[in-house]
Design a protein around this ligand. Sequence first.
Ligand SMILES: NC(=O)c1ccc[n+]([C@@H]2O[C@H](COP(=O)([O-])OP(=O)(O)OC[C@H]3O[C@@H](n4cnc5c(N)ncnc54)[C@H](OP(=O)(O)O)[C@@H]3O)[C@@H](O)[C@H]2O)c1
Length: 262
Amino acid sequence: MTQHTTPRVALVTGATSGIGLSSARLLARDGHRVFIGARNADNVAETVKELQAEGLDVDGGVVDVRDTASVDAWVRSAVDRFGTVDVVVNNAGRSGGGPTADIADELWDDVIDTNLNSVFRVTRAALTIGGMRAKDRGRIISIASTAGKQGVVLGAPYSASKHGVVGFTKALGNELAPTGITVNAVCPGYVETPMAQRVRQGYAAAYDTSEDAILEKFQAKIPLGRYSTPEEVAGLVGYLASDTAASITSQALNVCGGLGNF
Ligand SMILES: NC(=O)c1ccc[n+]([C@@H]2O[C@H](COP(=O)([O-])OP(=O)(O)OC[C@H]3O[C@@H](n4cnc5c(N)ncnc54)[C@H](OP(=O)(O)O)[C@@H]3O)[C@@H](O)[C@H]2O)c1
């Protein structure tokens, strides 16, 4: 740990897999008490057990970030367990797209609800129920995507949702700047997780080719020539949560092997 991090209470959504799991682990290793959430109760229980077995101060509960009552109850449980909230990592998300003319309302709405409306819901609950609003220091970190800055073919709802997360971040960052709460987005490019595997399956079907061919095509687009790891994305989350990152706010920062360059 090179930066200075005062241990605090952190919430991480979607922390049973991929980037969320790595972020929860890193924040807990940095001394935070971390409250995790996802929809699948067994996975939440297993992840809590796994992280506690590593000696980390972690607990969690079931949450569906598409549901305000569920989000509010989850934040209340976190406060009951660990105290008021200092750090929020809005990570839960889903992929989704296809030829735009063929996208059903249900798919469009679910991608926007899971990826964008959720960020508003969880952030609002953390500020109010979580007690962040009353503090003079806080960190709101949302996992957007390089697709939140550039268009992704066959990914209109996903790209729209992630552009929305970047816009939300910039507006709220400016709004909360006088309070000492920073608000930033982390924009991964391609990261090797279960979601990345599902994305490759989707493109392989859409282009009638193999998943290996899609992997090769994607890797060729990345200047570094490889996917990022969840740990590399978590590294930036941990930095943004640190005391040293106090002057970074309203930003959308890439972790993408050079895929995006703004
Ligand atoms: N992997 C990439 O290449 C990549 C690139 C750019 C951005 N991202 C973003 O990074 C974030 C994490 O992606 P990942 O690749 O780590 O995904 P992942 O491995 O599929 O994990 C997703 C996590 O979110 C949870 N989740 C999904 N829907 C939820 C809901 N409605 N309510 C609560 N939790 C929910 C999942 O658990 P349950 O299913 O049990 O709820 C799981 O814990 C997402 O926002 C994604 O868009 C990923």
